[in-house]
Design a protein around this ligand. Structure first.
Ligand SMILES: C[S@@+](CC[C@H](N)C(=O)[O-])C[C@H]1O[C@@H](n2cnc3c(N)ncnc32)[C@H](O)[C@@H]1O
Length: 304
């Protein structure tokens, strides 16, 4: 593939989601040749554009004058999310990382349900960013439709995995959601370095609707490609696809029975050997192999 034509491939892939594994193979080839991390994200993401370019007329008016694509999601990703929300008509959505996306989801949920009930659950890392989001919501009469939980970014552990992420336990997530079982999830935070989004899906998983649709933005980045890979490997996510548009969007379905290794970590520490401990040791060997692969995606967590 010496005459590999990335722009033509990108143009085709914009409209056609591909299995995550294919995009990781492309990423690995580009990384090996360029020697650069995040090459796809740096070279191929859409430029910023004004919110008036959004396909949905109500969203285009509400977000006219707002530049999209740097911190907020980009136009093509919001268009795709909006279409999916209108098609799926979820009772509730859960997002990680508030801002424009919160406004978008609240507008669409108001259109679908026509009531003032809480329909958007938002986890946000910063008080100031959360207050800014609520100011935008209030200006559009949407604040009653959004519940927000502030969880700063910190070192933590979920199941057998340590790393940086929202300071949010599985129990706290459940308490925040009350009885809601979101059918769609949009992961666009936290801001916090490599692997910071890994814990979001494991923490939310028990509280989601069985076949919840899971979206993650910024998926052309090495961190997010790696996170989506390991979520899929562990069974938190299935049918994982990546659309090569905006900043890259991962879309998959909530897995039924993810691997749970916390017990195996405890048993291993006591020197016990069971089938589950053996399975965990094999898993750790896979993680080690990924760490040792120089041009490959680094795992987004440290195993305990
Ligand atoms: C990728 S942003 C989330 C964007 C949001 N989903 C949207 O569409 O606007 C992730 C987090 O970065 C923080 N953030 C947002 N804008 C920022 C900025 N201009 N500078 C620094 N941090 C920012 C917020 O805490 C936010 O939750």
């Amino acid at each position: 593939m010496s005459s590999f034509d990335l722009p033509s491939l990108m143009a085709v892939l914009r409209e056609h989601p591909v299995p995550l594994a294919h995009m990781i193979a492309l990423r690995d080839m580009v990384a090996a040749r360029s020697g650069k991390a995040n090459f796809l994200f740096g070279a191929c993401r859409d430029p910023q554009a004004d919110g008036s370019n959004l396909a949905d007329p109500e969203l285009a008016v509400a977000l006219g004058g707002v530049m999209l694509g740097e911190w907020p999601m980009a136009v093509a990703a919001i268009d795709a999310w909006g279409q999916a929300v209108l098609k799926n008509k979820p009772e509730t959505v859960l997002e990680f990382g508030s801002g424009v996306s919160t406004v978008v989801s609240a507008i669409l949920m108001r259109r679908i349900h026509g009531d003032g009930a809480v329909r958007v659950y938002s986890v946000e890392q910063g008080e100031a960013a959360g207050a800014e989001t609520f100011a935008k919501l209030r200006a559009l009469g949407l604040d009653a439709m959004v519940a927000m939980h502030i969880a700063p970014v910190a070192e933590g552990v979920v199941d057998a995995f340590a790393g940086v992420g929202y300071d949010l336990s599985v129990a706290e997530m459940g308490a925040f959601l009350g009885g809601a079982r979101p059918q769609m999830v949009l992961i666009d935070g936290p801001f916090g370095g490599y692997g910071a989004r890994f814990s979001t899906l494991p923490v939310a998983h028990p509280w989601l609707a069985p076949d919840a649709e899971i979206w993650m933005d910024d998926a052309l980045r090495d961190s997010e490609l790696s996170i989506a890979y390991w979520w899929t490997d562990l069974g938190y996510l299935r049918d994982t696809m990546l659309q090569f548009t905006a900043k890259g969007v991962v879309v998959g379905t909530r897995g039924d029975r993810p691997a749970q290794y916390a017990d195996a970590v405890g048993a291993l520490a006591k020197g016990e050997m069971t089938g589950h401990v053996a399975e965990y040791i094999l898993f750790k060997m896979g993680v080690q192999a990924a760490e040792d692969d120089k041009a490959g995606l680094k795992p987004p967590f440290v195993t305990r």
